[in-house]
Ligand binder design. Sequence first.
Ligand SMILES: Cc1cc2nc3c(=O)[nH]c(=O)nc-3n(C[C@H](O)[C@H](O)[C@H](O)COP(=O)(O)O)c2cc1C
Length: 207
Amino acid sequence: MDGLYDIIALILGFITKEEDKEYMVLFINACVRQDSRTKRLADKLLTDLQGPVTELRLWDMEFPVVDEDFLKKRDQLINNEMFSDPMFDLARQFAASDEIVIAAPYWDLSFPSSLKQYLEQICVLGVTFIYGPDGTPKGLCRAKKLTYLTTAGGNFCPLEFGYGYVEALSKMFFGIEEIRLIKAAGLDIVGADVEEIMSAVEAEIHG
Ligand SMILES: Cc1cc2nc3c(=O)[nH]c(=O)nc-3n(C[C@H](O)[C@H](O)[C@H](O)COP(=O)(O)O)c2cc1C
């Protein structure tokens, strides 16, 4: 029986994969500050990558409130396989992208809430993932690679509530195989040589 779900996942993944043939990088930008150090790292990576880059400036986007009406409408659309509804635009775009880059500063042990709002919009059953009969998710996304860039003010920056969550979601739900973290920490510590820390991390960045 599990085999049947594998085939469904394969077909749905194939349909998604065929939607957009041009190699496309999706840049999910949660860096709100004009002089963002996280964005600086992302820019270094993006210059190394091939293909057109589509940027989503999360702080500039209006996400719908995920209330009961929203959930009812979404369930109805999913049950009727109406995946072309605008409600799923972001999820379809994510699923069809060849490579994902997320830039998010380290905020309050995690990341800015706009990134969580975005992730809520792209976790769509039948578009970015499907469940097997045992409840195990299988990814439907085209991307093989996701890079998560972050910078932190201090050196105490456990990663499980920010990067760790995105890593688990990307691997287990979206089926993205290669997840990479690029991090510069300790930037706001008094006396820190910010340029030295940033340059050292930038030197390790290759697309
Ligand atoms: C709202 C907010 C929350 C932050 N929370 C933390 C934190 O929990 N731990 C930490 O080390 N730095 C924290 N910082 C500092 C930032 O991580 C640091 O300045 C980072 O480099 C900002 O990224 P940016 O230059 O890309 O904006 C916080 C900064 C802001 C504005």
